[in-house]
Design a binder for this molecule. Structure first.
Ligand code: HEM
Length: 175
């Protein structure tokens, strides 16, 4: 019994030490915060980041579905008829909407929007004859030199790293 009283006294004495007192205070504060968190639990699912750490966007983000596009279909995605901007290089269709500053109606490369840009990329040219008519067959690019091919493949790689590949270009009568 005496030793128990002694231990209690030691305990009280040890709490009186500033360092132990501070630690006890910190533990009590942390326990308090666990039970009553500083950020109250939201009553409904938050819709924006500032309303809570975990939140749900209002609607599902747009999903890019990989599919086939004909030159005629691709044409509409030129940033004017449709705000989405697509272009093709070497049979790959890229969603370049994120680069609207480049490919939008007022952008320096707006001529490629909605089109097969392969020849222009290969020859580093914006000339009108770089774009084959959308009603016709896909440009076979048979006449390109090896330097032009590697030029175009360089752009293809750049676009693959930067944008979403959302489809393949197929002939107008293929689908
Ligand atoms: C006077 C000649 C040109 C100048 C001064 C120029 C300037 C530029 C600049 C500053 C960029 C931005 C680079 C970046 O921020 O990553 C760029 C990107 C680009 N340029 Fe040019 N350019 C010229 C000619 C051309 C030509 C002839 C073509 C091909 C037909 C071309 C196609 C592109 C493409 C495809 C991009 C990439 C855009 C993207 O990342 O979406 N440029 N150019």
């Amino acid at each position: 019994m005496i030793s128990l009283i002694m231990r209690n006294e030691e305990l009280v004495e040890s709490i009186k030490l500033p360092v132990n007192g501070a630690l006890l205070f910190a533990i009590a504060f942390l326990l308090y915060r666990i039970v009553w968190p500083a950020i109250p639990q939201p009553k409904e699912v938050p819709k924006s980041y500032k309303d809570g750490y975990s939140w749900m966007p209002d609607k599902h983000p747009q999903v890019a579905l990989f599919r086939q596009y004909t030159p005629m279909e691709l044409k509409k995605y030129n940033g004017v008829e449709d705000k989405r901007i697509l272009l093709a290089i070497n049979g790959k269709v890229f969603d370049v909407t994120a680069g609207a500053g480049f490919y939008g109606p007022d952008g320096p490369y707006g001529n490629f929007a909605g089109r097969d840009a392969s020849r222009g990329m290969a020859k580093q040219s914006f000339d009108a004859d770089m774009l084959s008519p959308v009603e016709g067959p896909i440009d076979p690019l048979k006449d390109l030199t090896s330097e032009e091919w590697s030029n175009m493949r360089g752009w293809e790689e750049h676009f693959t790293n930067k944008y979403i590949v959302c489809g393949e270009l197929v002939e107008n009568d293929a689908i």
